[in-house]
Design a protein around this ligand. Structure first.
Ligand SMILES: [Zn+2]
Length: 358
């Protein structure tokens, strides 16, 4: 995509800048009036929520760009601009929307599309588990210069545990471990430290207990206590879908309570802040790491249909306008969703973004 666009503040204009790569993209066909729509597109419900996600993402990403510029990290500036442009242009056709996806984990639009996809894939299987448990595994909080190394170490520790248990099971000396997991990280604005942690859904309570036991053993050898046993938590899953979402998030929490009180949910609350420099460090540590994993089961085959392609001259063009936080039809001027950000969200995004790390 052409990133000079943002510098020019170019938001309207013709649709000839749409690139065609990956799935879910839309590109201009040979004829002036025909478009090729790639992929399955997004449904109405998902499109309705898009302006809000664009609004949050663009504001946060602009702060992240400032942080990356300050650090002189050009490739990160570029990545964040990619996300700023994500789904700026949409084509709609027969109630579905098509446009380029940046696929970055700091993009709320892409994360939510991935989320829906993961729920479709995993919920039917997880619903068959008999006694689903939610396991949280932590290690000591870390300063930013150690974060990358520690996240790597946690991944290694987890695969060592799963490997060992797999061998035990094959020898007939242990249970089969079944679950999904994801490695995440929070920023603590008071202590300026990072809390990498695993969220794991297991099929039974026994599995959660085995993993917890091995985790505690692995990190607490000799004199060292690197994972306090009482901070490793197991609870029963009451709302499977909610906890799946919690486990497949794949990204860092954007809104943080500056006082670090017991947090509930991930919604923006008026006293919440966005710590852009902290988030930037987390995204850097997450880069190139596979954070999600499943163990002890396979997804059923099929389902992965070849990307669909449609050619039509009936598609409508829309461009996201940050000033009105909505998509505007390029030929009629019509506004797509009438989304209006609530005051709370607006005030966080206007005043609650903190760029300082020190
Ligand atoms: Zn995106």
């Amino acid at each position: 995509m052409d990133h000079t666009k943002a510098n020019l503040g170019h938001l309207g204009g013709p649709f000839n800048t749409l690139a065609s790569h990956g799935t879910n993209t839309a590109s201009k066909h040979n004829s002036e009036f025909y478009e090729t729509l790639h992929g399955r597109g997004s449904c109405k419900d998902s499109i309705k929520k898009r302006p809000k996600k664009k609004f949050i993402t663009q504001k946060v990403v602009l702060a992240l760009i400032d942080v990356a510029k300050e650090n002189n990290e050009k490739e990160w500036v570029q990545r964040y601009w990619n996300t700023w442009h994500c789904q700026n242009d949409l084509l709609t056709y027969k109630g579905r929307a098509y446009g380029n996806l940046c696929k970055n984990r700091f993009c709320s639009v892409c994360v939510s599309i991935r989320k829906a996809d993961m729920i479709n894939k995993y919920l039917p299987i997880i619903n068959t588990w008999s006694n689903i448990q939610f396991l949280t595994l932590t290690v000591k909080s870390q300063p930013r210069q150690n974060l990358d190394k520690w996240m790597q170490g946690m991944k290694k520790a987890m695969s060592r545990i799963l490997d060992m248990c797999r061998k035990r099971y094959k020898r007939g000396k242990g249970s089969k471990l079944i679950g999904i997991m994801s490695l995440e990280c929070n920023f603590n604005p008071i202590r300026k430290t990072y809390n990498p942690h695993y969220h794991i859904l297991t099929a039974t309570k026994e599995i959660a207990e085995i993993i917890k036991k091995e985790w505690v053993r692995l990190w607490n050898k000799g004199q060292k206590t690197l994972a306090l046993p009482y901070l490793q938590n197991i609870r029963k899953v009451m709302d499977t879908e909610k906890d799946i979402i919690e486990t497949i998030k794949y990204t860092a929490k954007i809104f943080t309570d500056p006082e670090m009180k017991k947090k509930k949910g991930y919604k923006a609350k008026k006293d919440h802040k966005i710590y852009a420099a902290g988030l930037h460090e987390i995204y850097k540590a997450m880069k190139g790491k596979e954070l999600f994993g499943k163990f002890g089961f396979n997804l059923p085959n099929g389902g992965s249909l070849a990307p669909k392609e449609q050619i039509t001259n009936k598609a409508e063009h829309w461009v996201y306008d940050p000033k009105i936080t909505d998509y505007v039809n390029t030929s009629t001027g019509q506004v797509m969703t009438q989304y209006v950000p609530d005051e709370e969200l607006e005030s966080i995004l206007d005043e609650g973004i903190d760029l300082e790390l020190k």
